[in-house]
Write a protein that binds this ligand. Structure first.
Ligand SMILES: Cc1cc2nc3c(=O)[nH]c(=O)nc-3n(C[C@H](O)[C@H](O)[C@H](O)COP(=O)(O)O)c2cc1C
Length: 381
């Protein structure tokens, strides 16, 4: 199958994933908080950012390479951390990591992924970032940091926008447990997805949070509740300061929406701020993340590294993020839809599609370098 003809957009991959994985897994991946209006808020704000076409620009040699935190990447986008990724497709974390290396983009491993840092490290080389949720005790934090470091990760993302569990109604109705429980409803949903079951059987891994194996019992709803209790460290500024002292690699603060917070994080010694509203999964009333991005850029100045995510589904959205002040753009759901729909081939296809969309749109506005993109911004209401 030529995926470029059959599945040219993220929406196509989403629909294919929905048909291929059990409902409890899809609802966890796809849902947002509350009435899910935040998804539309993000989408509308992205769509309102326009670029002015530019003609007679001659032949252009479009360059997409960019550097972040001292490393050069081939493309200005990467893979955001997503919990339980290996539930969407068996071995998803490994497949995503391998694709990240072959395209030279970053891959972020969630601390609540199915694969552990030790599972992923051999596949990710220098392209891996590890995501940390603030934990309840400094002792546990130090143990986790040491473990992540010895596995070979040098860049740490600390996610700050999950002080408590958010209410995702669709996810609740789907009643996901870890590992999936063997009741009639779950077994029926799995039986409808034989390829998904077979892939898990071949991989030989029961989907559970392997990094947390040493810290919590892994049983049904209990494991979610216990992991939740452990990572709800109610972090404050002191937590961030201590983390900064304890982690000697690059430190990225994720889930930041206020300009004054970003400025203060920069003063605390954080190396990079990740502007995100968790793609509407945490606070439904939050403004679009893309609207906060230029305000945050103003507060930290032109040179401080900024990452953006939330609602990105096209190469054009990546350009919008770059135009509004980001150095780098990340995607969460899109990569999981791709791996769930078509495994490694789907991830490869998504990266190529996003790249092709950026190239096509940069040529429309006559930009051959990424830093020329903002010059062609225009409002579009
Ligand atoms: C199913 C799911 C699980 C997620 N798990 C995590 C996580 O473990 N840690 C984290 O920092 N962010 C997590 N996120 C948020 C993503 O890292 C990212 O901020 C968001 O998905 C970006 O928006 P997008 O999905 O519209 O691209 C998760 C998102 C989804 C959809």
């Amino acid at each position: 199958m030529d995926l470029d003809l059959s599945h040219p957009s993220v929406d196509d991959l989403r629909l294919a994933a929905r048909k291929r994985i059990p409902k409890f897994a899809f609802e966890y991946l796809d849902s947002a908080t509350g009435r899910e209006l935040g998804l539309k808020t993000n989408r509308r704000a992205l769509d309102s950012i326009g670029f002015l076409p530019n003609v007679l620009c001659g032949r252009q040699d479009i360059q997409l390479k960019t550097s972040l935190l001292g490393k050069e990447y081939n493309l200005p986008f990467g893979i955001a951390p997503v919990g339980m990724s290996g539930l969407f497709w068996a071995g998803a974390e490994r497949k995503l990591a391998q694709a990240a290396v072959s395209h030279n983009i970053p891959y972020s491993l969630s601390s609540v992924a199915v694969a552990s840092p030790e599972d992923v490290a051999p596949h990710i080389g220098q392209n891996g970032w590890f995501q940390h949720y603030p934990v309840t005790s400094p002792d546990l934090r130090r143990k986790m940091l040491t473990r992540v470091k010895s596995a070979g990760f040098h860049t740490l993302i600390v996610t700050l926008d999950v002080p408590e569990e958010s209410r995702r109604e669709r996810q609740r109705r789907a009643n996901l447990t870890v590992p999936p429980k063997a009741d009639l409803r779950t077994l029926t949903e799995m039986a409808r997805r034989p390829a998904w079951c077979l892939a898990h059987l071949c991989e030989g891994i029961v989907p559970r949070m392997r990094f947390f194996d040493d810290y919590i019992p892994q049983r049904g709803r209990e494991s979610f509740t216990q992991a939740g209790a452990l990572i709800r460290g109610n972090p404050d500024w002191q937590y961030l300061q201590e983390l900064r002292k304890e982690w000697d690699g690059h430190l990225i603060a994720k889930g930041v929406m206020r300009p004054e917070d970003a400025k203060r994080m920069m003063d605390v010694g954080v190396d990079c701020v990740w502007v995100s509203n968790h793609s509407a999964r945490q606070l439904e009333a939050a403004p679009a993340a893309i609207e906060q991005l230029p305000k945050i850029r103003d507060s930290v100045g032109p040179d401080f590294p900024l990452i953006f995510d939330s609602g990105v589904a096209w190469g054009l959205d990546i350009m919008r993020g770059l135009a509004k002040g980001a150095d780098f753009v990340m995607l969460g759901r899109a990569f999981q839809y791709a791996v769930a729909a078509f495994g490694a081939k789907g991830v490869d296809h998504l990266i190529n599609t996003l790249k092709a969309d950026i190239v096509a749109n940069m040529s429309q506005i006559g930009a051959s370098e990424l830093d020329q993109i903002p010059l062609h911004l225009t409002d579009r209401h």
